[in-house]
Design a protein around this ligand. Structure first.
Ligand SMILES: [Ca+2]
Ligand SMILES: [Ca+2]
Ligand SMILES: [Ca+2]
Length: 203
C-alpha cells in the first residue's frame, strides 16, 4: 500500500529535465535580446517615445492617452475605438504594463525581452502575437478612407498621437513600407514590426 502510494507520487511529479530545458531555452533567448546593444537601444527609444505623460515611467495610461489622441483626430466609430483600447490593454499586459503598474526604463527593457520570446513562441505555434492584434486595431482606425492600406498621410495620425515630428513619422513609414509602394496593408505592417521588435539584429 505504502509502496503503491509512493509510486503514484513519483508518477505525478513533473519531469524536471523537460521543464528546466524549456526554462533555459527561453532564458537564453531573452538574454540574447538583452545582450544586443542595438535592440536594447531600440527598446529604450520606444520607452522614451511612449512615455507620453513624461513622468519617467511607462504605464497603461501612456497607451490610453495615445488612444484618446487618435480618437480625437480620427473621430472614428466608437466600436472601433473600443476594440483599439481592448487590444492596447492586452498588448500592454504582455509588456508587463498591467493596470496600476509603473515600469522604469530598466524594468521595461527586461520585460520586453521576455515578451519578445513569448511573442515568437506564439507565432511559431500559429497563434497571433499580441503585437499583431494591437497593430490591426490601430490600422483599422487610422485607415480613415477604409481602403485597407495606410498612406503616409494616415500613418502620420499615429505619429502625431505619440507627439512625434513629421520627419520621424516619415522615416518610420519608410521602414514599414517594405516594398516602397507608398501604401501599407496589415500584413506588411505586421511583418515589418515583427522583424524590428522580435528578431535580433534585424532592421
Ligand atoms: Ca509615463
Ligand atoms: Ca487608407
Ligand atoms: Ca507597401
Amino acid at each position: 500500500m505504502i509502496e503503491s502510494m509512493q509510486n503514484a507520487r513519483t508518477a505525478s511529479q513533473p519531469q524536471p529535465c523537460v521543464f528546466s530545458w524549456l526554462f533555459t531555452s527561453s532564458t537564453v533567448m531573452a538574454d540574447k535580446f538583452l545582450g544586443n546593444p542595438e535592440w536594447v537601444q531600440r527598446i529604450e527609444k520606444f520607452f522614451d517615445t511612449m512615455d507620453l505623460n513624461k513622468n519617467g515611467y511607462l504605464e497603461l495610461g501612456d497607451w490610453l492617452q495615445m488612444v484618446r489622441n487618435i480618437e480625437k483626430e480620427t473621430k472614428a466609430d466608437a466600436a472601433l475605438i473600443a476594440k483599439l483600447e481592448e487590444a492596447m490593454r492586452e498588448y500592454c499586459a504582455g509588456m508587463g504594463l498591467t493596470p496600476g503598474k509603473k515600469s522604469t526604463r530598466e524594468q521595461f527593457v527586461k520585460d520586453m525581452a521576455a515578451f519578445a520570446v513569448s511573442e515568437r513562441s506564439k507565432k511559431a505555434a500559429g497563434e497571433q502575437p499580441l503585437l499583431f492584434k494591437a497593430n490591426n486595431a490601430w490600422h483599422n482606425v487610422v485607415d480613415t478612407n477604409h481602403d485597407g492600406y495606410l498612406s503616409l498621410e494616415e500613418y502620420r495620425i499615429i505619429a502625431r498621437a505619440c507627439n512625434l515630428n513629421v520627419a520621424t513619422a516619415d522615416a518610420m513609414f519608410a521602414r514599414i513600407d517594405t516594398n516602397k509602394d507608398g501604401k501599407v496593408p496589415k500584413d506588411e505592417l505586421n511583418e515589418a514590426e515583427y522583424r524590428y521588435w522580435y528578431e535580433i539584429g534585424a532592421s
